[in-house]
Design a protein around this ligand. Structure first.
Ligand code: SF4
Length: 373
């Protein structure tokens, strides 16, 4: 049996956050019901395809969007539907992305009983001022309450996502947010530097001159501060943005960086399977209509050449702190020369026959990857 990851996208949110460029929609019950039916149909369609033969799911991730806008019983029904149609490994990781304003203790207990064994809480900041600017629709106290409710419901694997480089955030604010997160003792912490995308509220504010992107040197300072604080608190960094207590690294996300097979279901979902990349439509009505007719909502399917696979393995693999096997580059004179030049600049190093980013290289990971491909 070959293991595989399954991702299901839920494109509904309470409101659009000021920095978000994802294709999300407001949650309306009629539309959400149509989407639920379409997803069930897509699960059946894909599970019955011959390419699923010899595959078993060892990680399932319900993400989005805000999947927890659906009631717990509907989310559990998705898991049961997947289990009824796909073959699962004996101990799959089943993760759920959750918005703090959508959780309560009885729903959380149901989700745990229904098979969710990992919760990823989108907190972003523990400052009410910053949460308000981000348009998050929850306070720091709501995030604390959601976290405690999940722990008391019995969740033993909870992650918290945070963003740094927020408008008018200073280093002291960022340290307070990190310390607040650590005091809750989550099993996993992800940190992302704010990037201002065109078309978002922050993007429009930047264009209008009322907001400026935090300078790179400042972002680097925040990132390095976080690495030190999280490391001192016992969180092991295993990827540029991800830190976990021992044994709590997210199995599903590691599949992306290892370029392992992944089947994506739902709006705009991407798959990486049998040397092909596929992409579902981003248009919600097209997605629903295709599945009503029993057709695939995929709008693109590209064969991946050996060289492209190699490039993907370099780009994504370098994001992991363990890096990539040096043999990936050893037989390629041009790439070996680039790796030596990057090492001379202090951006990469060779350790245990693997090429990995240095702390300085982690902040410039995209530039390093470009130099190597
Ligand atoms: S909750 Fe997540 S997906 Fe939804 S708008 Fe905010 S950032 Fe985007």
């Amino acid at each position: 049996m070959k293991d595989m990851g399954l991702y299901i996208d839920f494109p509904f949110c309470i409101a659009r956050c000021a920095f978000c460029a994802f294709p999300i929609q407001g949650f309306r019950s009629g539309l959400a019901e149509e989407y639920r039916l379409a997803l069930h149909q897509e699960i059946e369609l894909l599970a019955s395809s011959p390419e699923m033969e010899g595959r078993e799911i060892d990680s399932l991730y319900l993400g989005g969007g805000t999947p927890t806008q659906y009631p717990a019983e509907i989310l559990i029904a998705f898991i049961e539907h997947c289990r009824a149609h796909f073959r699962f490994a004996p101990d799959p990781e089943i993760s759920l992305e959750a918005h703090p304003a959508t959780l309560n203790k009885s729903g959380l207990s149901d989700l745990l009983r229904g098979g969710i064994n990992r919760l990823s809480l989108g907190v972003q900041s523990f400052s009410d001022t910053h949460l308000h600017r981000l348009g998050r629709n929850h306070s720091a106290a709501d995030a604390d309450a959601a976290f405690q409710a999940a722990r008391s419901a019995g969740f033993e694997n909870i992650g918290i996502d945070l963003i740094y480089g927020l408008p008018e955030q200073d280093l002291e604010d960022w340290i307070k947010t990190l310390q607040h997160a650590i005091a809750l003792s989550p099993d996993h912490i992800s940190i992302y530097g704010l990037s201002i995308e065109e078309g978002t509220l922050f993007g429009k504010m930047e264009k209008a001159g009322t907001l400026t992107q935090t300078r790179d040197e400042v972002l680097l300072d925040y990132y390095e501060t976080a690495r030190t604080i999280l490391g001192n608190a016992g969180y092991l960094q295993y990827e540029i943005s991800n830190f976990a207590k021992p044994g709590k690294a997210c199995r599903h996300n590691q599949r992306y960086w290892n370029r392992s097979e992944m089947l994506g279901l739902g709006l705009a979902a991407h798959s990486y399977i049998r040397h092909e990349r596929r992409e579902n439509t981003e248009n919600l009505s097209d997605y629903i209509e295709a599945l009503k007719k029993g057709k695939s909502p995929s709008i693109r399917c590209d064969k991946i050449s050996k060289e492209d696979e190699q490039i993907d393995k370099i780009i994504f693999g370098l994001r992991k702190t363990e890096g990539i096997p040096f043999q990936f580059l050893k037989h390629d004179a041009q790439r070996s020369r680039s790796a030596s030049a990057l090492a001379n600049d202090g951006l990469v190093e060779i350790h245990n026959n693997r090429l990995r980013l240095t702390p300085k290289g982690m902040h410039l990971a995209d530039e390093v990857a470009i130099a190597l491909i």
